[in-house]
Structures are given as structure tokens and as C-alpha cells.
Design a protein around this ligand. Structure first.
Ligand SMILES: C=C(OP(=O)(O)O)C(=O)O
Ligand SMILES: [Mg+2]
Length: 399
């Protein structure tokens, strides 16, 4: 029923107006799935390889399509993803491109769901998935690689941890985003927006912390539930010559651990992603040891959704949370395996967008299917709200 009959690949635009890969998967009995690959700017050095879209499409047409059409079943996700690995033949999808692989993998899942007559989250999560919905982490102030001349820390994330429903949480993040805009205007600080729709003012990180504390407290009082905040430091982007290079100073690894631990305590941070360099499993472990009871220490560039790197982090106690980006590893199966390994070892999964996105909503379904406690997919901008609105629809559908 779900045998793949045709795969169409094309180049479409992402939110930075760069080209990316979109895949359509059609099954023999008329099932259809469409998905597009996202793209990072602050990419980890251990991620699967993204090729230029034209190159990825040509290679996938040549190598992957013949292994899938008439051979694989869209409803058999592990089978599809095994075929993608076999077609590529490398560890990092450098032959067909992780962008082609992830687009086909996600489109096949959607075609399988279509044939089975189930929403994607149900097809992926099964009848016995949990009943929880993820708390959305909303990027409301940012800089780093996502905006020129803004904060050093890449993302300041609103975290509505006390929200009674996913819909309340989504609107709370939107309200914090608007409040931050008002506070910036009151202070006479001009700000455009970065790649993910967060405000990108040219201020010291210290000012961004003050504004976040003020805006989340104001909106928390307004909505009547707890809204905290967190960070994606994206520290690998600042790490050069063995030190963390901030615009006004440098910090050694020990100083960075101290600095982040102090921030966690001072601002009651609920979440800290990539506080240290992407190869510093030990530094991560030291920080997790110090503040892991109080906050989530999340590995993004550290783990790159890769079970081998995650296993090492588990053994060393490097983090208590992992960011999951399907395009970092190339297939939904690999992303699921990372979520499962994390869960078995007590780490929380945070399903995540990339800074370059499309209107694709697969990650909203993935977060619900895996029962992930968090999803990071922005707060404002059409390619971000596409996922947030899908979460609202899923919550309505699933009740
Ligand atoms: C979403 C992120 O940015 P990018 O997609 O640029 O890696 C991130 O670092 O978590
Ligand atoms: Mg990150």
C-alpha cells in the first residue's frame, strides 16, 4: 500500500531566501508527502553535510531515488532511512547531502501518514505516545551568527514553563516578544530582527538580560502563570585560540563555567544551550555538575543529534538535555534514536528548528510524537509561526 512510486526533488527558497531541497514522495496507492530541509548558520562542526541544493538534488536523483522507488515503503520509516544511508554510503551524508536525505525522510513519513489516514504525529508516535505537549522556547532577543552587530549570546529564549496549555504557551511567547519590543522602544534602543525573528538590538548582553527579566516578569504577571527564560549561548562560535571571545572581553574555560553558573543563579535560568565549546565534553560536565539540578544544560553543537556523541556525553555527565535537529543527522530514524537514547538516560529532548527554515511543520509533529518536553521554534515570523500554529492544531486534534 505504501510502496514508493515516485520521488520529486526541487530547489525552493528558505527564510533567508537561500535555496534548499524540497521532496515530494508519492506512493503506489496515491499517498502524498512533501517536506523541505532547513539550514543552519551556527552549524556544529560534527553535523552531517549539507550540499549545495542543486548538487544534493542531482546526487539524490542518481543514488537514492533508484533505491527507494518500487523498493521501499513510505510507512516503513526505518526501511526508507536505511535505504538513504545505503545510497549515500558515508557516515555524514556527504554524497547525497543531509539536505536531500532529511527532505526525503520527512516526506516519506508524511506520505506514510497520508496513506494510513493518520496525522503525522500519530503515525510517528503510535497509539501509545504520551499525552504531554512540549513547552515552546521562543527566541525573543538574539545576535551571534543570526544578526550582525547584536548580542554576543545567540538567543535569549522566553520559556513559559507554567502555561496550562500549549496554546497559552505559544501566545505567552508572542506576548513576551511584543513586550521586549516595547521595552526597547521605551529605552530608545533601535532594533531590527535576526534570522529567527528575534529582536536584534546592538546592546551588551547585560542589557539583554535586564530586558528579558523585565519582559518575562511583566508578562508572567499579566497572564498569571510562570514565564522564565533561557539561553542558547552558541559558545562554539565565540571559541577561538582556547578562549571565549566576547565583544568587550575574553573568558577562559574556567571563567566561562563560572560566568554561566552565576547567570543561572542570578536570573533563575530554566535552560542553557551550548554554554561551552562543541568539543568540550569536560567543561559541559563541570557546569552540569554545578547547576544541573537547577537548570537544563543542553547540548546542540556538542551532540549534533548523533547517538555516538550523545553516548559519550552520557558517560561523562556532560548535559541533562539534548537538542534534536533532524537535518544535523539526516533522517527521522536517527533523530528518533537520539531522543530514545536520551530518554533512557534521563536527558530531556528539545526538538528544534534551524535559523534557515521553510513553512514545513514536521518538527511540531516530531515533538508531539516523541513526547518531548520542549520545542524550540522561535516566536515570530511566518516560518516560525507555521510550526507554532501546527502545534495549536495538533493539540486541538489530539484532545
Ligand atoms: C537554531 C540554531 O541555529 P542554527 O540553525 O543557525 O544552527 C541553534 O544554534 O540552536
Ligand atoms: Mg544552538
Amino acid at each position: 500500500m505504501t510502496q514508493i512510486a515516485e520521488i520529486r526533488l526541487r530547489r525552493v527558497l528558505d527564510s533567508r531566501a537561500n535555496g534548499t531541497v524540497e521532496a515530494d514522495v508519492l506512493t503506489e496507492s496515491g499517498g502524498f508527502g512533501r517536506a523541505a530541509a532547513p539550514s543552519g548558520a551556527s552549524t556544529g562542526e560534527h553535523e552531517a553535510i549539507e550540499l549545495a541544493p542543486e548538487e544534493a538534488i542531482a546526487a539524490a536523483r542518481d543514488r537514492a531515488v533508484p533505491r527507494l522507488v518500487g523498493e521501499a515503503y513510505a510507512g516503513d520509516q526505518r526501511g526508507v532511512d536505511r535505504a538513504l544511508h545505503a545510497a549515500d554510503g558515508t557516515d555524514d551524508f556527504s554524497e547525497i547531502g543531509a539536505n536531500s536525505a532529511v527532505a526525503i525522510s520527512m516526506a516519506a513519513a508524511k506520505a506514510g501518514a497520508d496513506m494510513l489516514g493518520a496525522p503525522l504525529y500519530q503515525h510517528l508516535g503510535g497509539a501509545f505516545r504520551g499525552e504531554n505537549f512540549p513547552v515552546p522556547l521562543g527566541n525573543v532577543i538574539g545576535g551571534g551568527e543570526h544578526a550582525a552587530d547584536a548580542t554576543d549570546i545567540q538567543e535569549f529564549l522566553s520559556a513559559p514553563v507554567g502555561a496550562p496549555s500549549v496554546t497559552d504557551a505559544v501566545f505567552a511567547n508572542a506576548a513576551v516578544h511584543a513586550e521586549v519590543g516595547d521595552v526597547l522602544a521605551e529605552r530608545g534602543i533601535p532594533a531590527g530582527k535576526g534570522d529567527e525573528g528575534a529582536w536584534a538590538p546592538s546592546v551588551e548582553d547585560e542589557v539583554a538580560f535586564e530586558i528579558m527579566a523585565e519582559a518575562t516578569e511583566t508578562m508572567s504577571d499579566d497572564v498569571g502563570f510562570e514565564i522564565g527564560f533561557g539561553l542558547d549561548v552558541a559558545a562554539a562560535e565565540m571559541f577561538e585560540d582556547g578562549e571565549y571571545q566576547y565583544s568587550d572581553r575574553t573568558r577562559s574555560t574556567d571563567e566561562q563555567v563560572e560566568y554561566v553558573a552565576d547567570l543561572v543563579r542570578e536570573y533563575d535560568l530554566v535552560y542553557v544551550e551550548d554554554p561551552l565549546d562543541e568539543n568540550d565534553f569536560e567543561g559541559f560536565a563541570e557546569l552540569t555538575d554545578r547547576v544541573g539540578e537547577e537548570t537544563l544544560i543542553c547540548g546542540d553543537d556538542l551532540f549534533v543529534t548523533n547517538t555516538e556523541r550523545l553516548q559519550r556525553g552520557i558517560e561523562q555527565g556532560s548535559a541533562n538535555s539534548i537538542l534534536i535537529k533532524p537535518n544535523q543527522i539526516g533522517t527521522l530514524t536517527d533523530a528518533f534514536d537520539a531522543v530514545e537514547l536520551a530518554g533512557r538516560n534521563g536527558l530531556d529532548a528539545v526538538i528544534s528548528h534551524r535559523s534557515g527554515e521553510t513553512e514545513d511543520t514536521t518538527i511540531a509533529h516530531l515533538a508531539v510524537a516523541t513526547d518531548a518536553p520542549f520545542i524550540k521554534t522561535g516566536a515570530a515570523g511566518g516560518e516560525r509561526t507555521a510550526k507554532l500554529n501546527e502545534l495549536i492544531r495538533i493539540a486541538e486534534d489530539a484532545l
